[in-house]
Design a protein around this ligand. Structure first.
Ligand code: COA
Length: 260
């Protein structure tokens, strides 16, 4: 499939999706959000894709936010719709995907860019990355899940300070906050993401899918995560992956998961 604003390629089990508007620091306009939804959908259905990595094109930015030029003249109804549609098509969509999604944060991750990184299952940053939710400096609040996911990841006080000051934090601070798992050089960012993707690929995709559901349940209002865990745990016992995983262990060999 060909896209105008993104690139998507699959190699050795990894689909790498690159937001490709470097002249606009990869800002998320409507067309890009639609294309990302499509690319994630395709990758999630593709049996060859075991892990998805999302990154930004160029050396400067992951994503410098939602495209400000597109919403500057919106009214109340349009503003609400912008947030609702974006959350549905991209941010909630990515968070609830069955295929693991790693954000390779290669530069500025601001506003919708940080919100996109936070919707991914985890984040790895290069040492030039800068992260923040600057929306209050534009007279709005984060609308792509930032007010919910930032406190989940860094705690309420830090989230409040980041949103109220509209400031940026560097990659080391983001790591100290628990916002990113690892910090590396720009050159090593993709190799490190691919190395971690390789470790994920050794394990059962069916079990990983269940684990994503159970972990995400902890953050859903009105959902008992322990019950979701029990259900997902039980389901594993009916899978070929479970038979293969336990048999391989007892036979002292490496498991070859069929992914069923
Ligand atoms: N929306 C639309 N365009 C954006 C953008 C955004 N969020 N972020 C950057 N751009 C565009 C700039 O308008 C500029 O386009 P131009 O060359 O046609 O004028 C281009 O990307 C390069 O950005 P520039 O501001 O010149 O780069 P810089 O190195 O001086 O500054 C930033 C980098 C990230 C500090 C700055 O671009 C910025 O503050 N961006 C907005 C961040 C933001 O508020 N995001 C939240 C949106 S809700």
């Amino acid at each position: 499939m060909s896209y105008e604003n993104i690139l998507s390629k699959t190699h050795d089990g990894i689909t790498t999706i690159t937001i490709n508007r470097p002249n606009k620091l990869n800002a998320l306009n409507k067309a890009t959000i639609n294309e990302l939804n499509q690319a994630f959908k395709v990758a999630d259905k593709d049996k060859k894709t075991k892990v998805i990595i999302i990154t930004g094109s160029g050396e400067k930015a992951f994503v410098a936010g939602a495209d400000i030029s597109e919403f500057a003249d919106f009214d109340v109804a349009e503003g609400g719709k912008l947030a609702a549609k974006g959350q549905e098509l991209l941010f909630d969509y990515v968070e609830n995907l069955s295929t693991p999604v790693i954000a390779a944060v290669n530069g500025f991750a601001l506003g919708g860019g940080l919100e996109l990184a936070m919707a991914c299952h985890f984040r790895i940053a290069s040492d030039n990355a800068k992260m923040g939710l600057p929306e209050t400096s534009l007279g709005v609040i984060p609308g792509y899940g930032g007010t919910q996911r930032l406190p989940q990841l860094v705690g309420k006080g830090r989230a409040m300070e980041m949103v109220m000051t509209a400031g940026m934090i560097d990659a080391d601070t983001a790591k100290a906050y628990g916002l990113v798992n690892h910090v590396t050089t720009q050159e090593e960012l993709m190799p490190l993401c691919e190395k971690i993707a390789g470790k994920i690929m050794r394990n059962s995709p069916v079990a990983i899918k269940g684990a994503i559901k159970a972990i995400n349940a902890n953050y859903k209002d009105g959902v008992d995560g322990f019950k979701v865990e029990i259900k997902q745990f039980g389901k594993c016992f009916g899978t070929d992956d479970f038979t293969e995983g336990t048999t391989a262990f007892l036979e002292k060999r490496k498991a070859e998961f069929p992914g069923r």
